[in-house]
Design a protein around this ligand. Structure first.
Ligand code: DGY
Length: 430
């Protein structure tokens, strides 16, 4: 085991563009928000200064309103579409117009927990920007203070073509002004592993809508054609709020604690609304139709990571996880394999994602399932050992899919292997 550590380091270094990291060359040639957060976790295994730098460059792209965009375009690259000229963010550096799951906060907290005075210093400098990011999320994505955090584009979830969005996306009108455009993703990766053309038309229609509002997020929330609750963003922000509260306490930002506590209190109401009692787990919800999506995804299991729900809801969620794992060669799949729409090879419609498994492992440890956590961690490491550092993995065969030499897969591998080795060495020494 763990014979690919050098390769993982090499991938992180090859994808480093000097202060920020791209997910993989050609397919994703810019800085992505949650990719960078996981990259920081990987860098922390061998270079803590570089780990902080990754977070700092991400927050350098923060908008005046506090939003941290999902893509930062530092230079135009013809390998990617849609680039800065489509988004027209009017920001420096140019960026996309919505956000992505805010994993960065929790990575900053993990760096503090495992670090020393230098980490405290770096965190203290970054804290005000992180706080403003959370303020933006709660104000722009939950303006009615319901505790349910919305997304306004499937790309904001990071789980682009997941079946969670199908019904709502079918209602998004295709913008007639799109004209002919040339997708670049399908010239780097086989089309069977990517979203369909019909989905792309709607992704771009949503971008065109946002761009027409001048990226006015309250307007997009109120009148935009797509508004859903993604359990991924919702639970990742919920955990990030808890981590932000701890950071405020540790770093001496006590004046911010009241606001953070009020966000945390709101989630109790959200848990009740987001629980899908027909299925017995948390699923996505359309905020326009109030319909709940009738299928389980790997994001459903992030309730465990955030410590959401009652003891009985946790029990039911863990039971689903066991049943789903029994239906796959490798898990956790991004769509329930018992469901008719399962596609084990296509992006977020069935493949396995190592960085989501990383969060689920934390969740299983948190909810008192250490054996299941160890099994999932070992299975994920073996999957990477066998297939390589792919973007995601076919859940029926374990084969690597999407982009190769992928930063977040290398990062998770390093976080676990180097971390585990260090723990073992500590145990032997003591
Ligand atoms: C893409 O281009 O596929 C990205 O996931 C959008 O963020």
């Amino acid at each position: 085991m763990a014979h690919r550590i050098d390769e993982a380091y090499a991938i992180m270094q090859a994808n480093d563009r000097g202060g920020y990291t791209i997910p993989t060359s050609r397919l994703y040639p810019y800085q992505w928000n949650w990719d960078s957060a996981f990259a920081a976790l990987g860098f922390a295994a061998f270079d803590r200064d570089r780990a902080w730098r990754e977070l700092e460059t991400l927050f350098d792209a923060q908008w005046p309103n506090g939003m941290v965009p999902h893509i930062v375009f530092r230079r135009d690259d013809p390998d990617y579409f849609p680039g800065p000229s489509v988004w027209q963010s009017n920001t420096t550096p140019p960026s996309s117009g919505h956000s992505q799951p805010p994993v960065a906060t929790s990575v900053a907290k993990w760096l503090i927990d495992s670090g020393g005075p230098d980490d405290i210093e770096r965190a203290r400098n970054l804290f005000p920007a992180i706080m403003r990011y959370h303020q933006w999320f709660h104000a722009a994505r939950d303006p009615h203070e319901t505790g349910l955090i919305a997304i306004t584009h499937p790309w904001e979830s990071g789980r682009d073509n997941c079946g969670d969005w199908d019904a709502a996306m079918a209602r998004v009108p295709v913008d007639h002004g799109l004209g002919d455009y040339k997708r670049r993703d399908v010239s780097h990766v086989d089309a069977s592993e990517r979203p369909t053309q019909a989905q792309y038309d709607r992704y771009l229609s949503l971008v065109a809508f946002g761009q027409r509002t001048g990226w006015d997020h309250l307007e997009i929330y109120k009148t935009g054609p797509f508004l859903m609750v993604d359990p991924g963003v919702h639970f990742i922000l919920m955990q990030a709020d808890q981590d932000l509260l701890d950071m405020a306490d540790t770093l001496g930002f006590s004046g911010d604690m009241k606001a953070i506590k009020s966000w945390i209190t709101r989630y109790a109401n959200a848990d009740i609304q987001l629980w899908n009692s027909e299925i017995g787990t948390f699923t996505a919800m359309d905020l326009k139709s109030r319909e709940q999506v009738p299928a389980i995804t790997n994001a459903s299991f992030l309730s465990l990571y955030a410590g959401a729900g009652t003891t009985d809801q946790t029990r039911q969620t863990v039971e689903h996880l066991r049943a789903i794992q029994a239906n796959c060669k490798v898990g956790v799949p991004s769509w329930d394999p018992r469901h008719q729409d399962y596609e084990p090879q296509r992006y977020w419609r069935g493949p396995v994602w190592a960085m989501i498994n990383y969060l689920i492992v934390l969740g299983l440890e948190r909810c008192g399932e250490p054996e299941l956590a160890s099994e999932l961690q070992a299975e994920t490491l073996k999957m990477i050992e066998d297939a390589g550092f792919y973007e995601y993995f076919n859940s029926k065969t374990g084969e690597g899919s999407g982009g190769p030499d992928f930063t977040w897969t290398a990062a998770i591998y390093l976080a676990w292997t180097v971390g585990l080795e260090a723990q073992n060495a500590d145990r032997k020494a003591s």
